[in-house]
Design a protein around this ligand. Structure first.
Ligand code: SAM
Length: 345
């Protein structure tokens, strides 16, 4: 039995901090609470409906998250699939907001969403203790947006969700836009204006080979250098210092200081060396990298009756083995067995 294979002499103290064998401190946990999604973004999903993986009960996620927090996690981001589809989410946030870090501080609680259900959920989530949201929005133009999401009316609904989140104080509000050549790269300049007009931080993301289908190629990636150059032609940019060493985005403001954009460039400027993240999938598997070839069945151990101490030891050892970096674009690169929607972005 799995749980029995961990002996008392090999357990870690609950106050040990998660680190990996490359010297990185891991303090950021992303938890997928469903792999269902109500959008079918063309670059992410094939268009098939439904979940592929089971979901845990909210109480089970909370127990597992607690164990990570015991090991030094300070930031938890809920994601999916589409996390706002998950029944019990507001109560889950309320319970997470009560957790304290190893340093007796509240968790930094964030959520990534497509924004479709945010209009009605923004205020309850804020009241429950959520700090921030990131909304995915891949075009400012309604026609382009709806061709990408494959959902009629989605542009207006998501804009409403963004404004509701801002009004609820889920700030700084970040908008994530994945850029693909031939799909939405003509939206770059419009997004720069949108960032200023709406008072949101727009972050462009380079497309990674994590889609359900087979769309990715190096040519479809719109690289950081091109994004910055294109915006700079219409609105001059000034680079800002990172908030923290593990910051994924290069940050820029406009030359008049009003507004902010960021570029997350995992393909052309990989930031693995400063990675502080680990992921838990909706079915309770630990993924130490988006591109991991192996998953670690934490939930299986919990279901088999492992104690908190045994589970913490398992988490600690698993994170020690975190991959040094991804190998996108290199010969022999292998896509992971799960796509982004099933891992939790
Ligand atoms: N449903 C939520 C949402 O739309 O934000 C959360 C899950 S979604 C998988 C998380 C983020 O991953 C979104 O911003 C999405 O655009 C991004 N994403 C999906 N596939 C991607 C890929 N292949 N490369 C880069 N980002 C991707």
């Amino acid at each position: 039995m799995v749980a029995a294979s961990l002996t008392a002499s090999s357990t870690v103290a609950s106050h040990a901090r998660l680190t990996d064998s490359h010297g990185r401190v891991i303090h950021d946990l992303r938890v997928s609470i469903t792999d269902r999604c109500n959008y079918k973004c063309v670059y992410c999903r094939t268009g098939e409906e439904g979940a592929q993986y089971p979901e845990l009960a909210i109480e089970e996620y909370l127990r597992l998250i607690r164990l990570f927090v015991d090991l030094g996690i300070t930031k938890v981001r809920l994601t999916g699939g589409e996390p706002l589809l998950r029944h019990g989410l507001v109560d889950m946030v309320r319970q997470l907001a009560r957790m304290r870090t190893l340093w007796d501080e509240p968790l930094d609680l964030a959520l990534t969403t497509n924004g479709h259900l945010l209009d009605s959920l923004a205020t309850p989530l804020k009241t429950a203790g959520l700090n921030r949201v990131t909304v995915s929005m891949d075009a400012v133009d309604a026609g382009v947006f709806e061709r990408i999401t494959r959902i009629a009316g989605s542009h207006k609904t998501v804009l409403g969700g963004i404004r509701a989140a801002r009004a609820a104080g889920l700030t700084p509000l970040k908008i994530n836009c994945v850029l693909l050549r031939g799909f939405n790269e003509d939206q770059i300049e419009g997004f720069a204006r949108f960032a200023r007009e709406e008072g949101v931080v727009v972050r462009f993301i380079e497309f990674m080979p994590l889609e359900e289908g087979r769309l990715w190629s190096p040519e479809i990636v719109v690289p950081l250098a091109e994004i910055v150059e294109r915006i700079g032609r219409v609105l001059p940019l000034v680079e800002l210092p990172p908030w923290e060493a593990s910051e994924t985005a290069r940050r820029y403001t406009f030359s008049d200081g009003r507004g902010e954009i960021g570029v997350i460039a995992p393909v052309t400027r990989a930031f693995c060396g400063a990675c502080s993240r680990v992921r838990l999938t909706s079915d309770g598997k630990i993924r130490t990298c988006l591109f991991s070839q192996v998953e670690h069945d934490l939930y299986g151990r919990m279901r088999a009756g492992a104690s908190d101490e045994e589970l913490r030891t398992y988490i600690f050892r698993t994170v020690q083995g975190k991959e040094a970096r991804h190998h996108i674009g290199e010969p022999g690169f292998l896509k992971p067995s799960r796509s982004m929607v099933h891992i939790g972005g």
